[in-house]
Design a protein around this ligand. Structure first.
Ligand code: NAD
Ligand code: UDP
Length: 320
C-alpha cells in the first residue's frame, strides 16, 4: 500500500465530503467507519475509485493497529463520532468511548507512523457560553450533569489527549473546533436543525422550532469546513494549535426557520416545541486565529448554502 491519508468516520456527513475532495486532488484515501451514524450510500460515488479503500472498522478496537493498510498512513483526519444530539444521546457510552479511547488510538497510530493528525473537536466545548463570540482562549461553561455532557465532555477529554501527544510525544496534532456545519449530505432523519427544517419545508410539514427560537447558531457550509480541515493538515503553523472553524454570521433559530420556509417557497407552518434541556443559548465563532494561521475564512453565505441544500434535498432522498 502506498502513502495514504486516513479518514475516520468516512461514511458520515463531513467524512464523505472530505474524502471526495481529497480524491479529486489525487490523494490515496483509506476510510474507516463502523456505520453507526454514517451511511455507506454517502460513499457510492467513490467506492470504486482506484485510490479509495473503505474498511468497516471501529476506531476503538485494538485491531486497528494490525491493519497493514495503515502502515503507510501519513495523515489522519479523525472525524469518527456521532455529531447530532439525537444520535450522541442515544448511545452516550459509545459517544464517550469514541471521543476518548478512539481519539487516543488515532493519536497512537499517528505517533507510530510519524503522521500528522487533525482532530475534529466542537464548539460544544464552550457549552452555554458566557463569552461571545467564542475565541479559543475561552475555557467554556460546560456541565458534567446533563444530556449533552457525554458529547461535550468527551470531546474536551479528546482535546486533552491531543495536548498530551503533542507535548509529550511530539506528534503533529491539530485541533479543529468545528461550529455547526451543514449542506445536503446530512441525513433527512439526522435530527440537526438544517436537515429537519429543510426536510419539513420541502414536504410542507410543520417546521419545528424548539423553544422560542431566539437561541442562535452560526452555520458554515460544508465546502468551507472541508477546506479549513485541509489547510490545518497542510500548515505547519497549525501544529499544536486549537483553531475555531465556523462561519461568524450568527442567526436565531427562528430566523433560520423563516429563511428556509421562504427560500423553499413552502406552505409549512412554523410551530414552537419544548426546548431540549441544556440547549446552548448562543454560538458564534471568533475566527481571527483561522484567518491568521490558515489564511482561511468562509466563502459561502447562509442564503447561498441553503439554496444549494434545498435544491439537493429536493432531488435526492437521504433517509437513514
Ligand atoms: P456524522 O454522524 O455524519 O459522521 C460521523 C461518522 O463517524 C459516521 O459515519 C459514524 O458511523 C462514524 N463513527 C462513529 N463512531 C465510530 C467508531 N467508533 N468507529 C468508526 N466510525 C465511527 O457526523 P459529522 O457531522 O460528519 O461529524 C464528523 C465529526 O465532526 C464528528 O467528530 C463531530 O463531532 C465533528 N463536528 C461536526 C459538526 C457538524 O456541524 N457537522 C460540528 C462540530 C463537530
Ligand atoms: N432545533 C430546532 N428544531 C429542530 C432541531 C433543532 O429548533 O427541529 C434547534 C436546537 O434546539 C438548537 C439549534 O436548533 O437550538 C441547533 O440544533 P442542532 O441539533 O442542529 O445543533 P446543536 O444544538 O448541537 O448546535
Amino acid at each position: 500500500m502506498e502513502k495514504n491519508t486516513l479518514i475516520t468516520g468516512v461514511a458520515g456527513f463531513l467524512g464523505s465530503s472530505l474524502a471526495k475532495d481529497l480524491l479529486r486532488k489525487g490523494l490515496t484515501v483509506i476510510g474507516l467507519d463502523n456505520l453507526s451514524t454514517g451511511k455507506i450510500q454517502n460513499l457510492d460515488s467513490i467506492m470504486t475509485h482506484p485510490n479509495f479503500f473503505y474498511f468497516y472498522a471501529d476506531v476503538c478496537s485494538p485491531e486497528i493497529f494490525e491493519m497493514k493498510e495503515l502502515v503507510k498512513t501519513e495523515e489522519i483526519y479523525h472525524l469518527a463520532s456521532p455529531a447530532s444530539p439525537k444520535f450522541y444521546q442515544t448511545t452516550p457510552f459509545k459517544t464517550i468511548e469514541v471521543n476518548t479511547l478512539g481519539t487516543k488510538n488515532m493519536l497512537k497510530l499517528a505517533k507510530r507512523n510519524s503522521a500528522k493528525i487533525v482532530y475534529t473537536s466542537t464548539s460544544e466545548v464552550y457549552g452555554d457560553p458566557e463569552v461571545h463570540p467564542q475565541n479559543e482562549q475561552y475555557s467554556g461553561s460546560v456541565k458534567t450533569w446533563g444530556p449533552r455532557a457525554c458529547y461535550d465532555e468527551s470531546k474536551r477529554l479528546g482535546e486533552v489527549f491531543c495536548f498530551l501527544y503533542y507535548t509529550q510525544h511530539g506528534v503533529k496534532v491539530k485541533v479543529a473546533r468545528l461550529f455547526n456545519t451543514y449542506s445536503f449530505g446530512l441525513r433527512n432523519d439526522d435530527g440537526r436543525v438544517i436537515s429537519n427544517f429543510v426536510t419539513q419545508a420541502i414536504n410542507n410539514e410543520d417546521i419545528t422550532v424548539y423553544g422560542d427560537g431566539k437561541q442562535t447558531r452560526s452555520f458554515c457550509y460544508v465546502s468551507d469546513t472541508v477546506n479549513a480541515l485541509q489547510l490545518m493538515m497542510e500548515k505547519e503553523e497549525a501544529n499544536g494549535e486549537i483553531i475555531n472553524v465556523g462561519n461568524p454570521d450568527e442567526f436565531s433559530v427562528l430566523a433560520i426557520a423563516k429563511m428556509i420556509k421562504k427560500l423553499a417557497n413552502s406552505s409549512s407552518n412554523i410551530t414552537f416545541n419544548p426546548l431540549p434541556l441544556d440547549d446552548p443559548r448562543k454560538r458564534r465563532p471568533n475566527i481571527d486565529k483561522a484567518k491568521r494561521l490558515l489564511g482561511w475564512e468562509p466563502k459561502v453565505s447562509l442564503e447561498e448554502g441553503l439554496i444549494n441544500t434545498i435544491n439537493a434535498y429536493r432531488k435526492n432522498n437521504n433517509n437513514g
